[in-house]
Design a protein around this ligand. Sequence first.
Ligand SMILES: NC(=O)c1ccc[n+]([C@@H]2O[C@H](COP(=O)([O-])OP(=O)(O)OC[C@H]3O[C@@H](n4cnc5c(N)ncnc54)[C@H](OP(=O)(O)O)[C@@H]3O)[C@@H](O)[C@H]2O)c1
Length: 332
Amino acid sequence: MVSHMHRGTTGTLEPEPPRNGPQRWLILGGGYCGMSLVDRLLAMGHEVVVSHRLGTDWHTIHQKTLSPQQKTQLQVVVFDDEQGIHPDLNRLGPFTVVLSTIPPGQGGVDPVQEGLGDALRQADAPWVAYLSTSGVYGNLQGGWADESLPLRSTIPRTRHRIGCEGAWRSSGLKPLILRLPGIYGPGRSPFLRLRQGRARLIHKPGQVFSRIHVDDVVGAVLWCQRHGYRDTVVNVCDTLPCPSSELLSLAAHLLGCPLPPYERYQDAEVTMGPMAQSFWQENRRVSNKRLLSWGYKLCHPTYREGLVATLAEEQGEGFNPMHRRADGLLAG
Ligand SMILES: NC(=O)c1ccc[n+]([C@@H]2O[C@H](COP(=O)([O-])OP(=O)(O)OC[C@H]3O[C@@H](n4cnc5c(N)ncnc54)[C@H](OP(=O)(O)O)[C@@H]3O)[C@@H](O)[C@H]2O)c1
């Protein structure tokens, strides 16, 4: 049964190893990564409390068929610091794990540290983690970024992120900070952009991007928690940074569709929004040596395997682009 399988350290489906009883996870931010992790945890038999903001269409996006058993495992709460709505962690806990996927809020503060910091210290979960971004390393002109580098991004959004990382580090919670580059996977892929005619083949000489498949965000979180890595930082990325045109070429080939017209970056730049421009302003290769030295084996070591798997899942029966696993089961 799929629900009793997991993608093992070799990237293949293996029977789920026995656990020391169910764990209780608090996942702050049930977005793309958060809900992919929720699916996996429910399939493993764990209990999960997951948060979203007030007024977002969370239930529409993540509506799915949960088995009666899974319904008893999942509790959905609203956490919205801007509206002053904070879940009562005393009532919801105790937790084995707390993971925040929430980006910097308005004004650049960390919504979780700001609104729930004291409650989290009281909850005293054995393992705490925070999803950050490898953007904190700034522009390295294509050089490699490992965890020992100083954080020198000059982009305001990322300066905020550096501040949020600082708030987590000094929180007393001893979190593991996982730094992620661009996240892709089913429902967030170049195939959708190609099909919708939104993909752009932009070339900037020497420019590369790092990336990570969402399965490996989930896999790395589980691996690091299982092995007790905490109070430090780790990059979570694949092993092949490359130009975005390379990735798009493979995606078009797999889809059997033509590539969009070639654009020089200097021509394309003026048509981009500030967020997209900021991505192209920085150029670095993110190193995963530390993660691999901890024994983690990537499900998708490069974008090549990742794209093949993504397309297979997007073409699978019941795939909902709003939520990758509309059937609530975990393929791996
Ligand atoms: N996307 C990328 O390529 C990328 C790359 C590197 C790092 N990251 C970072 O990695 C983390 C996970 O990424 P993701 O793609 O899974 O993010 P996502 O899909 O945007 O999910 C973010 C979650 O945080 C919640 N949230 C956002 N702002 C909040 C606030 N002020 N207060 C309370 N909740 C808030 C959202 O609530 P709703 O469900 O109500 O919207 C959502 O559940 C994020 O911090 C992201 O910035 C992303």
